[in-house]
Design a binder for this molecule. Structure first.
Ligand code: PLP
Length: 410
């Protein structure tokens, strides 16, 4: 593999132009968009306008004049296109955790005779914590069963009410087969909630094509909505009328401004809203979604896989001798949009690499993660990242004590 070949990949990349829409610091190779997406250039201006003009001048009238009130639905509709959903099936609201809590509680109520929530040990632990909390709150002897990722299918039995899975494993980057597992769940009478945190914006997710029931996902990774951006939730249209919101707040009421004393859920996806929408966060996310306008998600997926293939090929060629083991599956159909390497000194290696201008991150216990974001990562980024990682390994820079000091956020 030589650098000319890599430059040719960039020259012929149909998504190459979209990189200019992002404000990446000079000299930094950013491979952490699977944790926090980069800043789209026009986001600060749009947020400043909403603060200065809409909030500052138009004040409370903005709820109507600038239609703030329908932002969760409007932003949801824009996300819907990226994840294979229809308009009216997605809202942007709350955090992934809160949306998961809402959907899991409501889904369990649809299968009152069943007691098992099925998940896997590749799931983001937060989702398991949420399930444990929901089970405690409902106090109906629900149990959370956690299997290995490749044993989920065989663990589906008649007691499973809800299967709760993250499509792409946050550590290894392994991808579940959404269609197959959803079909198996339905055959056994169970519902499925998919967490799309590591999928939305990175690949061509097909929720309706997979006959999915419900999904959640965050706005701050591949959707680039900024730190703590509002998340989203999907409920298939066929389930919307029967799903009874657990967090029955006024924004999900049929008539929020009638101020009735009794809760009556809105029709459709809106019933899943709870409190006042965070307009500034939604504005940033809405503006960030402009980067996806006119973008074909199958092209995004194709580039993500090509970036990954290049990473794997170079890592094999140049890093294997340093004991860096590739743990991301190589086959395209079971891979997300990151490449992960295992090494006992992964934490220090990532810190040393950041010192060289390449930002990746670390996950316990020994995983160095590199997110691949087709809208702004180039093939040359991958080349230079591997080159600098090889430098860090060859010189042993990571052994310096300063790189071993654990920061609060890894
Ligand atoms: C798969 C997955 N689910 C859930 C979360 C947590 O979401 P939040 O903290 O935004 O509620 C994350 C965060 O990284 C995640 O990766």
């Amino acid at each position: 593999m030589d650098y000319d070949h890599v430059l040719e990949l960039d020259r012929t990349d149909p998504l190459a132009a979209s990189r200019a829409a992002f404000d990446l610091p000079e000299g930094v190779i950013y491979l952490d968009g699977n944790s926090l997406g980069a800043l789209p250039r026009h986001v600060p201006g749009r947020v400043a306008e909403v603060i200065g003009q809409q909030w500052g001048r138009d004040l409370i009238q903005s709820w109507n004049r600038h239609d703030w009130i329908s932002m969760p639905a409007r932003v949801g509709d824009r996300i819907a296109r990226l994840i294979g959903a229809e308009s009216g099936e997605v809202v942007a609201a709350d955090s992934t955790s809160v949306n998961l809590m809402k959907l899991l509680s409501a889904a369990l109520a649809l299968r009152p005779e069943r007691r098992t929530i099925l998940s896997d040990n590749g799931n983001f632990p937060n989702d398991l914590y949420i399930a444990q909390g929901v089970a405690g709150l409902l106090d109906k002897e629900h149990r959370l069963r956690i299997t290995d990722p490749d044993q989920v299918a065989e663990a589906i039995d008649e007691d499973v009410a809800v299967i709760m899975l993250t499509e792409v494993d946050y550590r290894s980057g392994r991808r579940h087969d959404m269609s197959d597992l959803t079909a198996r769940a339905h055959a056994a009478g169970a519902l499925v909630i998919w967490d799309l945190c590591h999928s939305a914006g990175a690949m061509d997710v097909d929720l309706n094509g997979s006959n999915a029931d419900m999904a959640v996902g965050c706005g701050y990774k591949y959707l680039n909505g900024g730190p703590g951006a509002p998340a989203f939730m999907f409920v298939a249209r066929r389930l919307q009328p029967v799903l009874k919101p657990a967090l029955s707040g006024w924004m999900g009421h049929d008539q929020p401004f009638a101020f009735d004393l009794d809760y009556r859920p809105a029709a459709g996806i809106l019933r899943n809203l709870a409190g006042t929408p965070p307009i500034l966060g939604l504005t940033a996310l809405d503006a960030a979604l402009d980067s996806f306008d006119g973008v074909d998600m199958t092209r995004v997926r194709a580039k993500s896989l090509a970036l990954g293939d290049l990473f794997v090929a170079l890592a094999r060629e140049r890093l294997a001798c340093y004991g860096l083991e590739i743990i991301t599956p190589e086959a395209h159909d079971v891979r997300g949009s990151q490449i992960s390497l295992r090494h006992p000194e992964a934490y220090a290696i990532i810190q040393a690499l950041i010192g060289e201008g390449v930002i990746g991150d670390f996950r316990m216990p020994d995983i160095a993660r590199f997110g691949l974001v087709p809208l702004y990562n180039s093939f040359a980024d991958i080349w230079h990242a591997i080159e600098r990682l090889e430098g860090v390994m060859a010189a042993g820079t990571y052994r310096q004590p300063r790189f071993r000091e654990r920061l609060a956020v890894t």
